[in-house]
Design a protein around this ligand. Sequence first.
Ligand code: HEM
Length: 607
Amino acid sequence: MSRSSLELLIVAGWAAQAVNWMWALARSGRRAATPTEWTPELLLRAGVLTLVVWAVIGPPGSRVPLGDLGALLWGVAFLAGHTVAILGRVRLAGAWGIGTRPKADLDAPVRSGIYRLVSHPIYLGISVALIAQLVLLQNLPALLLVVGAAVVNPWKIARERRLLRRKQAPGPGGGHWLLGHVPAFRRDPLAFMRDAVHTWGDVVAFRAGRQRAYLIWRPEHVQQVLQNDPPGGGYSKNVAPLGPMGDVLGRGLVTSTGEEWRRQRQIVQPAFHPRAGAMQSLAATVTSAVTEMMAQWRPGAVVDVHGEMMRLAFLVVGETLFGADLREHAVVVRRALEEIQRQSNQRIDALVSLPLWVPTRRNRAFRQAVATLHGVVSNVIARPGGLGSLLTELRGSMDERLLHDQIVTLLLAGHENSGNALTWMWYLVARHPAVAERLTAELEDVLEGRVPTLDDLPHLPYTRMVAEETLRLYPPGWVTLRRAEEPDEIGGFAIERGAIIVISSYLTHRHPQHWPDPDVFDPERFAESRSAARHRFAYLAFGGGSRRCVGGGFAIAEMQLVLATVAQRFSFELATEAPPLAPLPVVSLPPRDGLRMRVGDSSLIRR
Ligand code: HEM
């Protein structure tokens, strides 16, 4: 094969790349994807490199080292590969390899290493050699084609096209012209989701405003989403449905993403280690706060159980994490939060809402509530942190603004969900006398009337099962959202880039294949023998994957301690005529009408 025909072949190959590139630009309207596939593309590029290098360094008129046939095969493979890729008929392996930013997660350290040490240098080497050759030949059009080729990967485009041609998930269709199915969802989210999966199946498509959204509920699908983080595609938390609530939380651990999130998580997570100060002081804090609370209760009196549990959870998180006594602020903070939450929900429902700076009555109330909350947080910051307090750690590692956001986040995330979980726990125990009986028997056996300590908790398995089963039936974190950063396929259905994935623990916790008699309160489900075979992502009370709740262990221990302390002295009775409580799915999952119960003596005391 002559030198000029070789050059012709190479330029034709790059021209094919250029066509792909332009096609990708036209299709996606933005910079096309970077190369992501390993074997086929590397082989082809290496082949082209061989030809080009030989064209440059080989003596004029000499043959390429592969021989005529080899050179021809490489050229044909190169062109055919791209043509086939354009047509989208190739099924390629996972998205990693040359040009890919490998995932920074722990399941791919070897791949990441290969990428950094081998693939990237090869890829760079190829590009530099090609560019050098083309500069030497002073071939500007070809140079531009090479640059184009460096930023486009037809293999990836092909994969995306193939995914787009996948089956579209079924769903309700229609919806509001602007808001899509948001109004129907907001009207009764739990019913909307339950009806959706029962009518349409495991993956349900609907519209959240102008965006495509997919509701999933099978543990396998949930795992696919929650364990597939960016960078390198996957599903991110870059979804902003919180409205004004998002503004209140700022850039704390719950709302931040990417590197910012990773850094914060590294700072906060150690505070929740079982041997960390916060966990060690948890038992004493809970038992003393509960004892103080119980001192106000008289057998026969009616107690606002929901209010009491919210207050308790707030004090516990404030004291254990920040060493701050927030007693006098508990009620004010609750009121402020209720206002913020109510308005956040209204804003999500409303077609148009005025910006918060417009001085309407509602906006003023909202701003007042935020100011109250921030006032309390400034108070926390101003106090010297207790021994081993998380506050000391945070103060040394972030600026004032972030510190503020972090404390708001931890106070809210750490008390809202726990308070609601504790409320549901008392409600369920009161409705199931057999459970209450087993519980008091365990407490009597293990504690014999004394106050529980952290060391007692492993010996109170039934207490733990009651807490876990409560969180199954009424998971305060009832919904979480993710954004597809790459096109994907879930359960055989296409997921477009940018689509929102809706995951609901409330729904997954009622999947009949994983939870027989899903609506029955049965703590025994969490006995070791029965949970061993269960899918890991069938239980999502604390989420899953890297964004799993940082305070899960803390919350379960807190529930166990409250249950063990109170149940030894008091029981709660529901009025016989009381209708079943309905959950109110807002940011957390409180009982719609609160919970008031009559205080009774515990069976332990009576014996
Ligand atoms: C029963 C009580 C609790 C429940 C049901 C609960 C539930 C959850 C869930 C489901 C998530 C994951 C959200 C998602 O994937 O989008 C989460 C995240 C989080 N939770 Fe909890 N939580 C509880 C208690 C706590 C406590 C006590 C704290 C801290 C004191 C806490 C702090 C956080 C934080 C900071 C995150 C964000 C973690 C991250 O994104 O890295 N939670 N929680």
